[in-house]
Design a protein around this ligand. Sequence first.
Ligand SMILES: Cc1cc2nc3c(=O)[nH]c(=O)nc-3n(C[C@H](O)[C@H](O)[C@H](O)COP(=O)(O)O)c2cc1C
Length: 160
Amino acid sequence: MIENPGALVKLISHGVYVIGVGVGDHQNAFTAAWVMQVSFDPLLLAISINPAHYSYQLLQESGVCTVNVLGQDQYALAEHFGRSAPDKMAGFQWHLAETGAPVLSESLAYFDCQISHYADAGDHKIAVCKVVTAATLKQGLPLLYSQTGDMDGSSELFSS
Ligand SMILES: Cc1cc2nc3c(=O)[nH]c(=O)nc-3n(C[C@H](O)[C@H](O)[C@H](O)COP(=O)(O)O)c2cc1C
């Protein structure tokens, strides 16, 4: 038995990111905490994504995304992009990365990525992404997943 899994997994440290997906007229952005570096050369990141998300469909169609690092003062952005809503990107400033995926201009830094491959992971899919370009946009300390409490509603999602 796993006692209080929701509290225990919060002890595994993650940042909080806005993932910009898609190209052209078909773009979206969503909050993700399950992001990690998985290779030095080539530089690869892995993003764990729920395949039920609209963003997953766009990720599959376009094959590209950006990983935008949120700062400690960007809790409200994490909340905004952590919900499904029409036209979620409106009201924020975006610019296009080299791949054509959207970059959140007010993030601390971004990684522009091409999807290399997917792996199954229970109720999620792991998108393994090759970093094409990356840049710092402003200085600041990154927001941590443990600082978001139950913003993602994950305490309800464990079976044990
Ligand atoms: C702090 C936080 C972390 C999250 N981490 C992830 C994650 O790593 N992977 C994921 O698939 N969804 C994650 N979510 C949930 C998605 O952001 C959320 O379901 C969103 O509505 C999906 O966007 P879409 O429906 O517009 O595609 C997280 C949400 C929050 C608030």
